[in-house]
Write a protein that binds this ligand. Structure first.
Ligand SMILES: *[C@@H]1O[C@H](CO)[C@@H](O)[C@H](O)[C@H]1NC(C)=O
Ligand SMILES: *[C@@H]1O[C@H](CO)[C@@H](O)[C@H](O)[C@H]1NC(C)=O
Ligand SMILES: *[C@@H]1O[C@H](CO)[C@@H](O)[C@H](O)[C@H]1NC(C)=O
Ligand SMILES: *[C@@H]1O[C@H](CO)[C@@H](O)[C@H](O)[C@H]1NC(C)=O
Ligand SMILES: *[C@@H]1O[C@H](CO)[C@@H](O)[C@H](O)[C@H]1NC(C)=O
Ligand SMILES: *[C@@H]1O[C@H](CO)[C@@H](O)[C@H](O)[C@H]1NC(C)=O
Length: 486
């Protein structure tokens, strides 16, 4: 399957370096196409131990290693009303965020924390009462530490039941207002980071203090798929009175085209044959019933896309220590366009267009949401204010989405990552993606619009989007002469 992508990439690589000269306005998109932005719980909320919240694996991981953390971060838990006001001023149609499992159900299962419940009700109410569509992710890598301690978290099938019960609480309590649910964020990135490379919580791998990179990523991925499918079935059976509900597991199109590995089971109810041959007995097997459960459990595909990678065959390459076992198993070698570790993401809109074309052609043109796309820049308040490179990046990618839509892709929404500068998972506060800056040295965590927030807002409110360099300079001078309001 990767061969097709390789071909697509190779074919478009030469042709389009940058879609920067594209010219479009919001009116060129379908009228119900949703433009939004987003955050996630651990990265935005702070209040890590307030009002009954208990630790997630992220709290434990960063505290035990003395890393930068999300203890306070944007303090969204206390400042959510102000942030919804910024969403309104920007003109967002939709907003994407995640729920912290251990804030809502501190021990992972059992009693609901009333204050946690109230917080999410208030936040969602604030969003919908301003006419913005909430898009909620249930799991953004931050499962409760107590489940990790009790039975090994995602390594144990018990988590399927607990995740389903947690999802049930969310559907019941927030389902009246939330029509778009994502069950699991970037399922494949999580399994690779947490159980293969060990670089994200819970930090397991063959060379880590515990773990097994040959087997655990597959067990975890299998349980994630089943947990997703179980929550999805619950919704369809118990809450089908709610109309227009869409549930999905999000697989990642970022950093590569790993998206494919999980779309297989979700579309066809089983892993691809090639994968089964390669992984052999290390790959868990779906029972017939499970296969039925998993198959067709997604109503849409979420794409997270940051940077392109060319994919080549790694059969001839030696397997080096530190290399991903997962990619070695897959027999592919990824070469990033740009420098991933240095946060230098080159503008490669052809890759976005290629992913959307591929999903359209290979998986029967399912509805797609681009749930994350954005550009990191060094966290420097001055530099960040004048983030013209971010505007160029977003402009090029939105143009690529438009091209795919014009060619028949059923892409229905685009979310800029991120709405404001956040605690970035593992990298901390060195680089950030926000269209609003947050002064993390200020105890009040003051937010200010960057040039990109003004640009996005101009696009959302008017008919023009492309700002040439002169317009951008004018926008900049407008920004510095006027107050910070949009
Ligand atoms: C975009 O198209 C409009 C209408 O065709 C035109 O007036 C405008 O100059 C174009 N802008 C750019 C940047 O190409
Ligand atoms: C991982 O598990 C496999 C299969 O059970 C086993 O052969 C291998 O020795 C284990 N590796 C480590 C590092 O424990
Ligand atoms: C990527 O950036 C890192 C950090 O700046 C640097 O050490 C590394 O050499 C760069 N890699 C490439 C391939 O340029
Ligand atoms: C547009 O869609 C058609 C039909 O799916 C496909 O054959 C063609 O390659 C697509 N064009 C581009 C530029 O991707
Ligand atoms: C945007 O375009 C629509 C139709 O093309 C037009 O009716 C509307 O007045 C335009 N709005 C602005 C702000 O130019
Ligand atoms: C800057 O402000 C002027 C005066 O309010 C306005 O006419 C112009 O359209 C603005 N330019 C941009 C790029 O926002």
């Amino acid at each position: 399957m990767d061969r097709i992508i390789m071909f697509l990439l190779a074919a478009t690589l030469a042709a389009v370096r940058c879609g920067c000269d594209a010219n479009y306005t919001r009116n060129d998109f379908p009228h119900d196409f949703a433009f939004g932005s987003g955050t996630s719980a651990y990265q935005w909320e702070g209040a890590y131990n307030e009002d009954g919240k208990k630790p997630s694996v992220w709290d434990t991981y960063v505290h035990s290693r003395n890393l930068d953390n999300g203890d306070i971060t944007c303090d969204g838990y206390h400042k959510y009303k102000e942030d919804v006001q910024l969403m309104v001023e920007t003109g967002l149609d939709a907003f994407r965020f995640s729920i912290s499992w251990s804030r809502l159900i501190p021990n992972g299962r059992g009693p609901v924390n009333p204050k946690g419940l109230q917080f999410y009700k208030n936040f969602i109410h604030e969003i919908v009462s301003h006419g913005i569509e909430p898009h909620v992710t249930l799991y953004h890598y931050d499962h409760p530490q107590s489940l990790e301690d009790e039975y090994g978290g995602w390594l144990n099938r018990k988590i399927i039941k607990d995740f389903t019960a947690y999802a049930d609480v969310c559907f019941r309590e927030f389902g009246n207002h939330v029509k778009l649910w994502t069950t699991i964020n970037e399922a494949n990135i999580f399994t690779i980071g947490g159980y293969d490379g060990g670089g994200t919580p819970p930090g397991r791998c063959s060379t880590c203090s515990s773990g097994n990179s040959s087997t655990e990523p597959y067990i975890v991925a299998h349980n994630l798929l089943l947990a997703h499918a179980s929550a999805s079935r619950l919704y369809k059976q118990k809450y089908k009175g709610h109309k227009n509900v869409i549930i999905h597991i999000q697989v990642s199109g970022s950093k590569s085209l790993k998206i494919l590995r999980m779309l297989g089971p979700l579309t066809y109810g089983d892993y691809p044959d090639g994968m089964k041959r390669k992984i052999g007995t290390r790959l868990p097997v779906f029972s017939e019933e499970e296969s039925e459960l998993v198959k067709g459990s997604c109503d849409f595909v979420g794409v997270i896309h940051y940077l392109a990678a060319s994919v080549s065959d790694s059969q001839s390459k030696p397997f080096l220590p530190g290399d991903s076992k997962f990619f070695a198993d897959m027999g592919v070698l990824l070469t990033y366009v740009g420098n991933f570790t240095a946060f230098e993401y080159e503008i490669a809109p052809w890759a976005m267009e290629g992913v959307l074309e591929y999903i359209k052609q290979s998986y029967g043109n399912p509805p797609v949401y681009i749930l994350e796309n954005g550009k990191p820049m060094k966290q420097d308040l001055q530099l960040q204010q004048e983030d013209t490179p971010r505007i160029e990046f977003l402009h090029a990618y939105m143009g690529a989405v438009l091209k795919a839509v014009r060619n028949g892709s059923d892409t229905r929404g685009y979310f800029v990552w991120s709405f404001m500068d956040l605690y970035e998972l593992l990298s901390g506060y060195g680089y950030s993606f926000g269209i609003y800056s947050v002064n993390f040295r200020d105890p009040h965590r003051k937010r200010s619009p960057k040039l990109s927030a003004h640009w996005y807002s101009a696009f959302l409110k008017g008919n023009t989007t492309f700002l040439d360099s002169q317009d951008i300079m004018q926008l900049q001078s407008n920004l510095s002469s006027s107050a910070t309001s949009l």
